[in-house]
Design a protein around this ligand. Sequence first.
Ligand SMILES: Nc1ncnc2c1ncn2[C@@H]1O[C@H](COP(=O)(O)OP(=O)(O)OP(=O)(O)O)[C@@H](O)[C@H]1O
Ligand SMILES: [Mg+2]
Length: 365
Amino acid sequence: MSETVLRIRDLHTQFALDDGVVKAVNGVDLDISRGETLAVVGESGCGKSVMARSVLRLVDRPGRITGGEIWVRHPEGPGKTPEGAPGGMVDLVTADKRTVRSVRGKRIAMVFQEPMTSMSPMHTLGNQIGEAIRLHEKVSKAEARRRTIDLLGRVDIPDPKRRVDEYPFQMSGGMLQRAMIAMALSCNPELLIADEPTTALDVTTQARILELLRSVQEEFGMAVMLITHDLGVAAQMADRIAVMYLGSVVERGDVVSVFRSPRHPYTKALLRSIPKLGSGARERLRPVRGMVPHTYRRPPGCPFHPRCDEFLAGRCDTTEPLPVRGPEPDREVRCLRYEERPEEAAATAGTPQARDPRRHEEEGA
Ligand SMILES: Nc1ncnc2c1ncn2[C@@H]1O[C@H](COP(=O)(O)OP(=O)(O)OP(=O)(O)O)[C@@H](O)[C@H]1O
Ligand SMILES: [Mg+2]
């Protein structure tokens, strides 16, 4: 059986602001196994970055994790392990600060959406990456510098011996992104979370960075959570995919089966919005109809119902859907249309999510 490196259960992260509460992450369940790539996709504002930052306990104030579990592997795991997971895991939601810090950067590293949030403009690459190495390992400055040069070379930064003494502003976007990946790899993490690692780059550089990610993943044998709004990137890179909408995962499964037979109307709409070869270059894409609702006004029932092409009046606007498993292994969808099919509803009857009474609480408009 493949080894779980991250298991998220019913995660809730909220921002309590003066005008109301933003439920940025609202009941996310996710698993990532050793060595695999999970793509997390969804429109802007659906909670991808907040979910990723929650994993490392790096949510900006006034954001707060208000519920759920984030299990990661840890040698000092207290022995209390999630159902069905291997031993030696800790829950980062309840872990102490020391444990969280020992996971961050060491077991789980992150490449952020905005490069400059993790790079300091005041320090050279060598100092920053060297510092990251020395934070987790007792090595001399000279050894850290040697390792930094080696890492810069591994991410295909030309002339690493010179570049190691450069500042971030001296580098192009693509080179900086490589340096960020080098920094993330510096402690040989078992999970790399890459939040839109290529969005700001031109297409050629984007392709090179993705290629690089794939090759370092093979070399280092790590798992990758790749956050992207680009379904093409997800198809090219991922083993499995999780589609997020308004803070929850509405559909997940292996990439081939989700792309071949999407079940959630939101997944179907997203797939229709990607360009197809040969469909005529001038043909307009069909974006998902309607807008993501205002953050304070989460629709009651299924949060996607105001935009849904398969909306059932009197049902989708009143009842929050539960996850439904199947038909392929590892597939799950949150849509009332599938809950109505008894054979599939039965398949979820034993899951903790299905039993959780909170799932039926109405959020109110
Ligand atoms: N610091 C913050 N303060 C208040 N609200 C926030 C903060 N950060 C995020 N949010 C809100 O949380 C929700 C989820 O945001 P998040 O950044 O996770 O979206 P995303 O899926 O990463 O979008 P994008 O594709 O644009 O990066 C949004 O409604 C956003 O406005
Ligand atoms: Mg984001």
